[in-house]
Design a protein around this ligand. Structure first.
Ligand code: CTP
Ligand code: CA
Length: 223
């Protein structure tokens, strides 16, 4: 019985994971997105499920299979992602891996923009809601453990620590996207930034990083 318990350290726990890019439409055929592959978020969702958690994965458009044992909800825009993430609560842990588009065009055109209508369109943008900050805000539904991600290109630790405070989360997993092969690739070199310490993890496959994160989450929820 002891052995069974140890292989399911997240049995009875609920996890919410956001992953992938968002897609923000401009007109019926065009939109704004980014290069996130969704791999790291999908790997984390799969790793949490393997440890016994009930996982809801809210995913932007990616071309990846749904990990075994994971309930997947597909969305396109940041606002849809926020609504789906809220609907997945309550959860014991929230892991916000999605590369949410920071801005959307303020007015989506109802028909396709044409070249012959007076030159390039003057698009104006508005900021998208911050899904992580919204769900990390104190309230009865706040997950016990809120984990954000940060992709940074310089001063990784300082920027990530500032983000931890600004967003009110418990951990930030930070990666240096200038490292070759990280953005859109299969490996990751991460720092775990907690309120009171920083851990520098060795470069590893996104699957191994995901397993390590899932293990740490299991330990934190047990404590
Ligand atoms: N995030 C989110 N909703 C947003 C923007 C970001 O949930 N609208 C989450 C991401 O999923 C990630 C964390 O916030 O877990 C950090 O995202 P990042 O893009 O690094 O932070 P921003 O606050 O958008 O700052 P910037 O892009 O200017 O560095
Ligand atoms: Ca951003």
């Amino acid at each position: 019985a002891e052995e069974i318990f140890e292989s399911w350290p997240l049995a009875g726990k609920r996890a919410l994971v956001t992953a992938g890019p968002t897609f923000e439409p401009i007109d019926p055929v065009r939109g704004i997105t980014n290069r996130s592959s969704g791999r790291q978020g999908y790997a984390i969702a799969g790793a949490l499920a393997k440890l016994g958690a009930r996982v809801t994965l809210v995913s932007g458009p990616v071309s990846l299979p749904t990990p075994a044992g994971v309930e997947r909800i597909d969305v396109e825009t940041a606002r849809e992602m926020l609504a789906a993430a809220k609907a997945a609560l309550p959860a014991d842990v929230g892991v916000f891996v999605a590369a949410v588009a920071d801005w959307r065009v303020d007015e989506v055109f109802g028909s396709k923009l044409k070249k012959d209508k007076g030159g390039p369109p003057a698009l104006t943008f508005v900021e998208n809601p911050d899904i992580l900050a919204t769900l990390a805000a104190t309230g009865p539904n706040r997950p016990k453990l809120v984990v954000g991600f940060a992709a940074e290109t310089d001063d990784v630790e300082a920027h990530a620590r500032a983000k931890l405070a600004r967003k009110g989360c418990d951990w930030i997993i930070a990666n240096d996207v200038t490292e070759p092969g990280v953005m859109g690739g299969t490996e990751n070199a991460v720092l775990l930034i907690a309120k009171d310490h920083t851990e520098r993890w060795e470069r590893a496959s996104k699957d191994d990083v995901a397993q390590a994160i899932a293990q740490r989450i299991a330990e934190a929820l047990k404590a």
